[in-house]
Design a binder for this molecule. Structure first.
Ligand code: T5A
Length: 223
């Protein structure tokens, strides 16, 4: 049995974390989880995130998100830290759970590296593709939900919630390039990446995601 990997992506404050939790709740409350469990098609429902889905990843996350005083993190060092987090996450967590038949909801994955380090920082896209391949050993998401939101609205939401982290503090042009990266990826991989209008109220965003999930679940499990 092989599980499924569903990823949430988007710019800062787009609502990934909120929607991931809403989808988890819906999956249980709608009866989908119980049904697939009873049919032996699924074993577990779990949530995770990048960076920070493992113990090593949590330590890397603190390095990446925090301030490093007088010594800025160089762009290629940042890229390699995200890749190290992912390699640990894929091999130590994602793959074993998928092999046991888990449905995994994951906050960010490979597309974030393309969007942030590739489009945002301007690092070489084919180098990033190679690093993503090295870190994942070819493990792609079964579905990626791109929560499409205007960058300034997302940053305003993040600001309202509290202090901005190291990456959130980057200038507006950086975040706009990241957004362009996600838009290009969604255009390039229309089957894997589904665009969700994240500007609506929380429940309206959740409704869009549930419609997409109903269709995918029916395709995947033929039910
Ligand atoms: N990164 C990550 C890279 O550069 N490269 C990589 O390879 C990877 C994997 C990770 C950081 O690392 C970078 C990207 C990021 O900078 P993160 O943990 O994903 O960090 O952090 P954020 O993207 O900043 O995630 P947040 O948790 O801050 O934001 P979310 O998850 O997008 O949004 P959420 O759900 O927490 O909501 C933010 C606020 O908006 C409200 C919420 O209540 C909350 O206050 N909100 C809404 N308000 C109005 N309408 C809605 N529909 C709303 N939905 C949520």
């Amino acid at each position: 049995m092989r599980g499924r990997l569903i990823v949430f992506e988007g710019v800062e404050g787009c609502g990934k974390t909120t929607q991931l939790e809403k989808l988890r709740q819906w999956f249980v409350e709608s009866g989908w989880f119980a049904k697939l469990l009873a049919q032996g098609q699924l074993q577990q429902l779990i949530t995770t995130r990048e960076p920070g889905g493992t113990l090593l990843g949590l330590a890397i996350r603190q390095l990446l998100m925090g301030q490093t005083g007088q010594e800025p993190i160089q762009d290629r060092a940042e890229l390699l830290l995200f890749a190290a987090d992912r390699a640990q996450h894929v091999e130590g967590f994602l793959r074993p759970h998928l092999e046991q038949g888990a449905m995994i909801l994951c906050d960010r994955y490979t597309d974030s590296t393309v969007a942030y380090q590739g489009y945002g920082r301007g690092l070489n896209l084919s180098l990033i593709a190679q690093l993503n391949q090295l870190a994942t050993q070819g493990l792609e998401s079964d579905l990626t939900l791109w929560l499409d939101l205007d960058v300034e609205i997302g940053l305003a939401r993040s600001r309202r919630r509290g202090t901005l982290d190291r990456i959130e503090q980057s200038d507006l042009a950086f975040h706009q390039r990241v957004q362009q990266g996600f838009a290009t990826l969604a255009h390039t991989y229309p089957n894997r990446i589904v665009r969700i209008d994240a500007s609506a109220a929380e429940q309206k965003v959740a409704d869009q995601i549930q419609i997409v999930l109903q269709q995918r679940l029916a395709d995947w499990y033929r039910v």
